[in-house]
Design a protein around this ligand. Structure first.
Ligand SMILES: C[S@@+](CC[C@H](N)C(=O)[O-])C[C@H]1O[C@@H](n2cnc3c(N)ncnc32)[C@H](O)[C@@H]1O
Length: 276
């Protein structure tokens, strides 16, 4: 039997396969682009002694918190290639961050251990979000603070879907974005996010929109587009002629985002906060 689309097993396979490897390859670029979120979450963890970074990936937020606050930080993720990269970065930086392979939904975290739980775009991929956030709440100390960044809708983030729209005529098998399914835009609906947090026992919930200007060097745009998102997954399987046609269409579509030697776009996100 194959892996069901939209399932937890699919997420485990993606993040431990090509998607995870692409994120490792693009780590430095991704971290530069999304540095404003790293800063925001490191601020949120200020004053905490023990911090859990959920879906920590290649570790930028965990490392920034350890560096800036001196807290004891645990980064948890399902992706072994991304964790291996995070551990290598920690070793290189001389940071004592503990990176563990742990599914946030099921891992037996130490109960009431963390005074802050943070995540940069790492909580939208759960098969059962209520189960995952209930598990995280058990790991939080009483009154412990949860703060995470998640994407608002695809419509509010046209930069993130420009590539797949431009490529669609050439790559008809590109998977459609299914509302609420595990993935980048699973938390687009703030009522759904609030419901998930309430049902999993979090309180003092605040879900605030933030519009974050992001930038990258224009010379890195192709690298970014061919590593991340649906295009990054589909292009390696396309033939040369299709790839050429796709990239021509994509370059045209991204013109509005290019200013001189920089690409500029706005990330339309939520900052969600709650207390255990
Ligand atoms: C979009 S990436 C964000 C990575 C990192 N937080 C960053 O900002 O660079 C999402 C991360 O969530 C992780 N993830 C997905 N499902 C997970 C789960 N059930 N438990 C823990 N991590 C998970 C993925 O492996 C991936 O590293």
């Amino acid at each position: 039997m194959g892996i069901a689309p939209g399932s937890k097993e699919e997420q485990v396979a993606l993040w431990n396969g090509g998607v995870g490897r692409n994120w490792v390859e693009a780590q430095a670029l991704i971290d530069d682009i999304f540095k404003p979120f790293e800063d925001r979450l490191a601020e949120a963890a200020g004053g905490a002694q023990r911090v859990l970074d959920v879906g920590c990936g290649t570790g930028a937020v965990s490392l920034a918190i350890a560096r800036r606050t001196g807290a004891s930080v645990t980064g948890a993720d399902i992706s072994e290639p991304m964790l291996a990269h995070a551990r290598a970065r920690a070793e290189q930086a001389g940071a004592s961050v503990c990176f563990i392979q742990a599914d946030a939904e099921t891992y037996a975290f130490e109960p009431a251990a963390f005074d802050a739980i943070v995540s940069r775009f790492g909580v939208m991929f759960f098969g059962d979000s209520v189960r995952a956030f209930a598990n995280l709440r058990r790991a939080a100390k009483p009154n412990g603070a949860l703060t995470f960044a998640a994407w608002r809708s695809a419509e509010e983030n046209p930069f993130m879907t420009t590539a797949e729209r431009a490529a669609a005529p050439y790559l008809p098998a590109l998977p459609p974005r299914t509302p609420n399914a595990p993935g980048q835009f699973a938390f687009a609906d703030p009522d759904r996010v609030r419901g998930v947090l309430e049902q999993s026992g979090w309180r003092a919930i605040a879900i605030d929109p933030i519009d974050v200007p992001c930038t990258m060097p224009a010379r890195d745009l192709d690298f970014f587009l061919t590593r991340l998102g649906p295009l990054g997954r589909a292009l390696p399987d396309a033939d040369e002629a299709t790839r050429t046609a796709v990239m021509a269409a994509v370059h045209e579509a991204f013109r509005p985002y290019i200013e001189g030697d920089a690409v500029r776009f706005v990330s339309a996100c939520w900052i969600a906060q709650a207390r255990a």
